[in-house]
Design a protein around this ligand. Structure first.
Ligand SMILES: [Zn+2]
Length: 195
């Protein structure tokens, strides 16, 4: 009988041990994540990322891409690229268009069509990649990268270009094209500094 009673006690003891181990492990992982973000955040904001070790974890959480003044004018200040001069206005190659600031996937080539409006045009976007909001001009609808809020351009409805009756009019400077088969860069997670 004494042996029979000892078995449940031992099982209980083991269970408590496992719970304690689990709690310690969760706490450790949580702390490590906090520190990791703090280190990356500080490095990204100062523009000094050289001290961040290039482990697979950091590659998955790289900061946003540095922008040229022309790119910043469009993406951060909601500027518009001149008509017919954009790098991707007439691009017909198969591939994916990424946000030039954060590398989030925005459009695929099969969504692109020739509108002859002078800017790259798409009749749809990758699901949940692009968000819309009323433009400050009170007339148009602005489109933004859903991941980093970078300005992309405007969306127009009811023009009859394609069956979807939608035209995402996008600045080439807001996107980076990756031909089919080329490896895509990891998505940046840092929030852009407030301007
Ligand atoms: Zn973005």
């Amino acid at each position: 009988m004494r042996t029979a009673q000892a078995v449940p006690s031992q099982t209980l003891f083991q269970a408590i041990g496992w719970i304690a181990c689990l709690a310690v492990a969760t706490f450790t992982v949580s702390c490590t994540r906090e520190n990791h973000h703090e280190i990356l955040g500080a490095g990204g904001l100062d523009g000094n990322t050289t001290t961040t070790p290039q482990t697979p974890a950091t590659l998955m959480t790289n900061p946003y891409n540095e922008l040229t003044p022309e790119e910043a004018y469009v993406i951060e200040d909601k500027g518009t690229e001149a008509r017919n001069v954009g790098e991707y206005t007439d691009t017909k190659d198969l591939g994916t268009y990424l946000c030039r600031r954060c590398n989030a996937k925005l459009y695929v080539s099969k969504q692109k069509f020739a509108s002859n409006c002078g800017w790259p045009s798409f009749d749809d976007a990758i699901a949940d990649a692009v968000r819309q909001e009323p433009d400050a001009d009170g007339r148009r609808t602005e489109i933004l990268c859903a991941h980093c809020d970078g300005h992309l351009g405007h969306v127009f409805l009811g023009e009859g270009y394609t069956e979807k009756n939608t035209r995402h009019c996008v600045n080439s400077l807001s996107m980076r094209f990756y031909p089919e088969g080329e490896q895509l860069p990891p998505i940046g997670w840092l929030r852009a500094p407030k301007r």
